[in-house]
Every structure is written in structure tokens, then in C-alpha cells.
Design a protein around this ligand. Structure first.
Ligand code: PGA
Length: 253
């Protein structure tokens, strides 16, 4: 099974010129990003979608960082799934903690997940606790986030979902701020258990769980594979061509 590597560019780079430079550098190593072991996805700011979908065609698919969920009607300032699909969007990051901080709830995430499934866009559903408290309350927080974010999803379509486990405390720090592989292994087992309760064991087995939070070239390899994580959601290091290259090449070795 291929590792799924998603570059979450967030609101960067700051200009289209810089995005073009990043894409040109990435495309020089296209064989590293798309091969029998790796499948690369790039989620750029929406206004760069066209450029990324054209320039990264050979080595990555494009994703959106969110989705607007009412399907019909007029909504000034919003971008619908139909528009996203026309730009080649195949996956959508949903419920990212930075969106949750702006007010996104697990209930709205679930609306978006269902619309994505209906629109044949893969929902990459982000979950993760704010803090890894000593009492272990984060397990229940995570269980409820997963259950609510996936409410209303039919068992027959649940295997089209992907989960990104991103402990909020691990996002955006240095290499040693990432979760340890040992802890991640426990968390992936727990997430699979919750998915089994919601759907079934065989469905849970088919749902890839990705890890995100301070991934870099030093920790990437230890965080996938043995931990049960099927891939990585990479923020900061994905907008630096050198670090993205180093991460992905560390995984193919
Ligand atoms: P980071 O971000 O890799 O910069 O920690 C990950 C994310 O927010 O998806």
C-alpha cells in the first residue's frame, strides 16, 4: 500500500511567484513524489489551485483545505464543490484544528464529509486533542470528535474516508515537538477501535489514518509504517522544497 503524503500549504507561500518557484523546484524531483511507494497530494491556498493543478500534474494531485457545504443556492464569497472539482480537486482537508479554532464544529465537519462523499471527493477528516493530559481525557475528546465528525456517514461509504490525526499541541513546533512513534502507535490503535465501533472492523481496516504535527526529515520515517499511520499531513515543511524533498526521500529509502 502506498504512503499518502499531503502537503498542507495553509496560507503560504505569500505570492503566486513564490508558489511558482516552489512548484518548479518540486517538479525537478517528480519521481520522488509519485512512485510505487508514495502518493503525493498538495493542498494550496484556493487561489493557487489552477497553477498547482497544472504544474504539479505529473507528481501530485490537488486538494482543497476546506469545503463549503450547502450545495445549492447563492453564497457570495464561497467556493462550491463543483468549482473545486473542475480544478481537479480529489481530496479535501476537513475540520483542520486551525478551522476549528475559527469556530468550525464537528457537526459542520460532518455535513462537509457527507457532501464530499456525495461529490466523490475524499474527505481527509482532521481530529486531535488540544492537550495530552496526564489523566487521559484526550481519549474521550478524540472519540467524540471522530463520532460527531462522521455522524450520518453510511457504513457502505465509510471506507472512502481518511483520517488525519493531528494532536493540536504538536502542530507547528520543532522536530522534537512531534508525537513519539510509541504514543502514535497507541493513538492509531485507539482511532481504529473507535472506527470499528462506528462502522465495522473490516471498514476500519480500510480507512487510512495519517499523522500530522511537526513532521520533518528527522522524524518522518519513524512516524509511518510501524505506527500504523498510512501517511503524513505536513504543514510548514511542505512549503520548503528542500525539507519536503528530504521528508519524502527519507520514506522511500
Ligand atoms: P506542521 O502543520 O507540519 O507545520 O506542524 C501540520 C498541519 O497543521 O497540518
Amino acid at each position: 500500500m502506498k504512503l499518502i503524503i499531503v502537503g498542507n500549504w495553509k496560507n503560504y507561500p505569500n505570492s503566486l511567484d513564490e508558489a511558482n518557484t516552489l512548484l518548479s523546484t518540486l517538479s525537478k524531483k517528480s519521481s520522488v513524489y509519485k512512485n510505487s511507494k508514495i502518493s503525493t497530494v498538495i493542498a494550496p491556498p484556493l487561489v493557487y489551485l489552477e497553477t498547482v493543478s497544472k504544474k504539479a500534474r505529473r507528481f501530485a494531485t490537488v486538494a482543497s483545505q476546506n469545503l463549503f457545504y450547502p450545495k445549492n443556492g447563492t453564497y457570495t464569497g464561497e467556493v462550491t464543490v463543483d468549482v473545486l472539482k473542475s480544478f481537479g480537486v480529489k481530496l479535501s482537508i476537513l475540520g483542520h484544528s486551525e478551522q476549528r479554532k475559527l469556530g468550525e464544529t464537528s457537526e459542520t465537519v460532518s455535513e462537509k464529509v457527507r457532501l464530499a462523499l456525495k461529490s466523490t471527493i475524499t474527505p481527509l477528516v482532521c481530529v486531535g486533542e488540544e492537550e495530552h493530559d496526564a489523566e487521559g481525557n484526550y481519549f474521550e475528546i478524540l472519540r467524540s470528535q471522530i463520532a460527531t465528525s462522521l455522524q450520518g456517514v453510511k457504513k457502505s461509504e465509510a471506507d472512502k474516508i481518511m483520517i488525519a490525526y493531528e494532536p493540536v499541541w504538536a502542530i507547528g513546533s520543532q522536530s522534537n515537538g512531534a508525537m513519539s512513534p510509541e504514543e502514535l502507535t497507541q493513538m492509531v490503535i485507539f482511532i481504529k477501535k473507535v472506527l470499528t465501533e462506528l462502522f465495522s472492523r473490516s471498514v476500519a481496516d480500510k480507512i487510512p489514518v495519517l499523522y500530522g504535527g511537526s513532521v520533518d526529515a528527522y522524524n518522518a520515517k519513524s512516524l509511518v509504517g510501524k505506527t500504523g499511520a498510512r501517511g503524513l499531513l505536513i504543514g510548514r515543511a511542505s512549503i520548503n522544497a528542500k525539507s519536503f524533498f528530504e521528508i519524502v526521500s527519507s520514506l522511500v529509502k
